[in-house]
Ligand binder design. Structure first.
Ligand code: SF4
Ligand code: SF4
Length: 433
C-alpha cells in the first residue's frame, strides 16, 4: 500500500486518531470478512476497495478535484446522484457506521441520540474522515427529528452544509415538495460546479445510476437461489461500496461477480449448505464498518439472503424512468422538467420509516421474505431510533400474520452487547430449524 500520510495531512486529518481508526477497521475486516470461507473470487475487488478506502479512492477524488470536479457528500439515499453526476460532480456516501470521539460528540448531542447521527459528528470532530474533508458540499436532509435537529449543530462544524427538506407523507403535496427540493438542490449543485445541467447530461446520469442499481438487482436476484451463492456479509459489502466507488467501475465489478455467481448456481455450489436457515434483515441502514449483526448471524450457522434497508433494497430497488428524451433530445426546460418528474417519482417510492403512514414498507418486507425464501426476519433497530423501532412492532405483526418468525433487536455500534445479542440470535435460529 502506498504512503498517503502527506495526503491525509493536507486534508487536515488527525493522523494519530486516523491511524487508530484504520487499524481497528483493518483488524475488523480481517476477522469478519477475510475469515469467511468459500467466498466468490470477485470479492477480491471489494477487498481491494476496502483496503484502499481511505487511500487510493481518496487520491482519485482529489485528482478529480484538481481537474475542477466537485465532490458532494451525503448521509441519505434521498440525495439524487443523478443530479450530482449531471452537473459533472461526484457523490460519495459519508459512512457514519462507527463510534468515534464519543465524549466530544456528547458536548453537541444528547446521549440518547442514535449511533448513526453520533457517528457523523464523531468523524467530523475526530478529524478522521477523508471523504468529509474532501467534500465541497455536504448534504444533510430533514428526515427524522434527530437528524433534522442535529444538522443545526453540525452546521457550526461544517461550513459547506446544505440541508434538504423532505416530505413526511406520500401525498401529492408531499411529492410536489420533494420535486421543489430537487430543483433547489439542482440549482445549488449548478452554482457549486458552474455547470448547467442539460437534458443530455441528465439523461446520461440517469442511465449511469440505473446501471449501477440494475447490477445490484442482478446480485439480489441471484441470492434467491438455494443454496445461496454468496454470504450476506459479502453482499452487504457490495451494497456499502455502492456509495463510494466510481459508478461505472462499480457496475462492472458487480456484474463480474454476478457472472461468477451464476456459474456457482449452475454447479449447485453455495456459500453455505442448502439447509442453512435463511434470514432477511430489515430496518436501519448499516453503513461501513457496521458489520456487527450480520457477523453474529452468519457465525451462528445462518445466512442472510436480503437486506430491507437503505444500504440494501430500500435504497436501490427502483429505477428512474429513462425513456424520456432520446440521445439527441433537445436541451430544453420541458425535457429537463420531465426528467425531474421521473427522478422525483423514483425517490418518492423510498419507504423510509420517517413517512406516515408507511404500509408500503410492511408490504415490501413480507414480499421480500417470501421472494428470498427467508425462514425468518430479524428487524434491526438502532437504539434511540424512534421511526424504525416504533415501526418494528407493526412489522412484526405483519410478518406474524404470514407466519414468518421475527426477531426484533435494538443495538448500537458498541461490542458490549455482542454476547447477549449472539445468544438471542442463536435461540432464534434454533427455533427456525
Ligand atoms: S433510513 Fe431514511 S433517513 Fe436513513 S438513509 Fe434511509 S431514507 Fe435516509
Ligand atoms: S437511524 Fe433512525 S434516528 Fe438515526 S438517523 Fe436514521 S432514522 Fe434517524
Amino acid at each position: 500500500m502506498s504512503d498517503y500520510t502527506q495526503m491525509w495531512k493536507d486534508l487536515g486529518l488527525n493522523l494519530e486518531a486516523h491511524d487508530m481508526l484504520l487499524n481497528v477497521l483493518g483488524n475488523a475486516y480481517k476477522d469478519i470478512y477475510l475469515a469467511q470461507k468459500n467466498r466468490p473470487e470477485g470479492m477480491g475487488y471489494f477487498d481491494f476497495v476496502m483496503s484502499e478506502v481511505h487511500g487510493l479512492r481518496i487520491k482519485e477524488l482529489l485528482d478529480e478535484k484538481a481537474q475542477g470536479r466537485k465532490i458532494i457528500g451525503s448521509y441519505c439515499v434521498f440525495v439524487p446522484e443523478e443530479i450530482v453526476l449531471a452537473a459533472n460532480a461526484t457523490l460519495v456516501g459519508l459512512c457514519s457506521g462507527a463510534d468515534f470521539a464519543v465524549e466530544e460528540v456528547e458536548k453537541y448531542l444528547p446521549r440518547n441520540t442514535c449511533a448513526l447521527i453520533k457517528s457523523a459528528f464523531g468523524f467530523k470532530l475526530g478529524k478522521v474522515c477523508p471523504y468529509l474533508e474532501s467534500a465541497d458540499m455536504v448534504v444533510g436532509e430533514n428526515t427524522c427529528d434527530g437528524k433534522k435537529k442535529a444538522y443545526e449543530s453540525l452546521g457550526s462544524l461544517i461550513d459547506n452544509l446544505y440541508v434538504m427538506d423532505l416530505p413526511q407523507m406520500k401525498s401529492e403535496q408531499g411529492k410536489a415538495l420533494l420535486k421543489g427540493e430537487y430543483y433547489r438542490f439542482k440549482q445549488a449543485v449548478e452554482k457549486l460546479t458552474g455547470v448547467a445541467i442539460t437534458a443530455q447530461s441528465l439523461k446520461k446520469a440517469i442511465q449511469t445510476v440505473n446501471a449501477k442499481r440494475t447490477a445490484i438487482h442482478r446480485l439480489s436476484e441471484l441470492r434467491k437461489a438455494v443454496p445461496t451463492p454468496i454470504s450476506g456479509l459479502d453482499a452487504l459489502l457490495a451494497n456499502q461500496v455502492f456509495f463510494y466507488d466510481n459508478p461505472a467501475r462499480f457496475t462492472e465489478s458487480v456484474n463480474k461477480i454476478c457472472d461468477e455467481l451464476e456459474k456457482r448456481i449452475q454447479d449447485k455450489q453455495g456459500a453455505v449448505p442448502a439447509k442453512t436457515p435463511r434470514i432477511l434483515l430489515s430496518g436501519c441502514p448499516m453503513a461501513v464498518p457496521n458489520w456487527k449483526l450480520p457477523w453474529i448471524v452468519e457465525t451462528s450457522e445462518a445466512v442472510i439472503v436480503g437486506e430491507e434497508s437503505c444500504v440494501g433494497e430500500r435504497g436501490t430497488r427502483n429505477l428512474v424512468d429513462e425513456s424520456i428524451g432520446g440521445v439527441n433530445a433537445t436541451d430544453n426546460d420541458e425535457m429537463i422538467d420531465k426528467m425531474m418528474d421521473a427522478i422525483t417519482d423514483r425517490y418518492f417510492k423510498v419507504d423510509c420509516a420517517i413517512f406516515t403512514p408507511n404500509q408500503e414498507r410492511l408490504n415490501h418486507i413480507v414480499e421480500m421474505a417470501e421472494n428470498y425464501k427467508a425462514d425468518g426476519v430479524i428487524h434491526y433497530g438502532l437504539q434511540f431510533c424512534q421511526p424504525y423501532i416504533m415501526e418494528s412492532i407493526p412489522v412484526e405483526k405483519a410478518l406474524e400474520g404470514k407466519n414468518i418468525p421475527t426477531l426484533r433487536v435494538e443495538t448500537d455500534y458498541g461490542m458490549e452487547d455482542a454476547g447477549q445479542l449472539k445468544t438471542r440470535v442463536q435461540a432464534f435460529i434454533e427455533q427456525l430449524r
